[in-house]
Design a protein around this ligand. Structure first.
Ligand SMILES: [Fe+2]
Length: 386
């Protein structure tokens, strides 16, 4: 095996791959209205689609052309799509706002409500607003999620099957801005974890989810609608760059914000550099319901009871006393190595991937020589939290 080779390829990204000049040239590239068939207009490099146009195209033989245009904009152009009045039932939006405000009041006394990218206490969060709204008021949930354009843009990005999750973010007057970031998956990880994923994973991470936001009120700029950096989703080493001071400075100097009206929906690539804005208004409680639509494909073929496997393996591994490298192989074959999906009420990922995975717990249990009883209690706690 030749250790020195003339062959070069990019297996992993690092800070050295993050060229400021390349990024600056990328983010100034315009998206042209003449290149799009269905957009009503472009503002701040963001294509804006009108609900009536979308409705008629979705009911026509051009449906798939519109879906293809959305996918093109999200991946190859600005990375952002605004659907004006995507919510067809504005009364349902208002009624959902009331339900969400009640949930926020109830949860203020009971849960942590941590926000991974915002200052704690400045924002109100409802984790899993999807299930909470559905179980409290199923008919309201049905009216709320009945808008065909939301299903259509999800299909455009992910195909016919997908998995919806949602969280409410409420930023009150004086609420501080978030820091620049990318989103789930790699966007939730600190640089040292991001760099352990091969460059291919950096490219598909953004393809696995569509990020969306439904406006629950009118959002003028002073209320702090999401700050967005068009085209930034196309910067390949962006999961590293989004956490570097130079690139955060570029984000703050170049972001755009678009006003939204109640019932508008904003969709963007999770690889886009973005951040919730500062609410400088005196009287606007800025509420958005954040959506992530996840690919049906990021799943294993078989359903495995990994908790039972880990429980059975722990005593065996204690006796075997394998060398570390062999142990790592066993753990990766048996235990759940990823902290998601989880229950964000009981397991909030404040500051990134905060909670211990089953794989990390198994490794720690062996390293610290926990007793079988101690390990079983920790495993139970790990399961309960999720
Ligand atoms: Fe985000």
């Amino acid at each position: 095996m030749a250790l020195e080779s003339p062959i070069t390829y990019k297996g992993y990204f690092s800070e050295q791959d993050c060229s400021v000049a390349a990024f600056l040239s990328l983010i100034t590239e315009p998206t042209l209205i003449s290149d799009l068939r269905f957009a009503a207009k472009i503002e701040f490099n963001i294509p804006i689609y009108d609900a009536q146009d979308v409705k008629s195209v979705l009911g026509s033989s051009s449906r798939q052309d519109l879906l293809a245009e959305w996918a093109h904009v999200l991946s190859e152009r600005s990375g952002i799509v605004v659907l004006k009045q995507a919510m067809i039932d504005l009364d349902a939006v208002d009624e959902a706002t009331a339900v969400f405000n009640n949930i926020i009041k109830e949860e203020q006394s009971t849960t942590s409500g941590g926000d991974h990218f915002g200052e704690r206490g400045a924002n109100d969060r409802i984790w899993n607003s999807l299930q909470k709204l559905c179980l409290r008021n199923p008919s309201l949930f049905a009216r709320y999620f009945s808008s065909p354009s939301i299903a259509a843009i999800s299909e455009a990005w992910l195909g016919p099957w997908s998995q919806m999750t949602a969280q409410v973010n409420l930023v009150r007057p004086g609420g501080k801005p978030q820091t620049c970031h990318r989103d789930y998956h790699l966007g939730f990880m600190p640089p040292e974890q991001v760099k352990r994923f091969p460059s291919k994973a950096h490219l598909y991470s953004g393809a696995l989810t569509l990020q969306g936001a439904i406006a629950h009120c009118n959002m003028p700029i002073e209320s702090g609608p999401t700050k967005l950096l068009p085209n930034s989703q196309r910067f390949a080493p962006g999961y590293i760059a989004a956490q570097m001071p130079d690139f955060r400075k570029i984000f703050e100097e170049n972001f755009v914000q678009t006003t939204l009206e109640k019932g508008d929906a904003l969709f963007f690539s999770p690889a886009l550099f973005h951040a919730a804005g500062e609410n400088r208004s005196t009287d606007i409680d800025r509420m958005v319901n954040l959506l992530q639509v996840s690919s049906a494909m990021g799943r294993s073929l078989e359903r495995i009871d990994r908790r039972a496997m880990v429980s059975a393996l722990f005593p065996a591994l204690k006796k075997l006393n394998l060398p570390q490298e062999h142990l790592t192989s066993v753990i990766s074959a048996a235990a759940e190595g990823y902290p998601f999906p989880t229950n964000l009420d009981t397991d909030p990922p404040i500051g990134g991937l905060a909670s211990e995975t089953q794989a990390e717990l198994l490794a720690r249990g062996l390293a610290e020589d926990l007793s079988i009883g101690e390990f079983e209690r920790a495993l139970h706690e790990n399961f309960r939290r999720r």
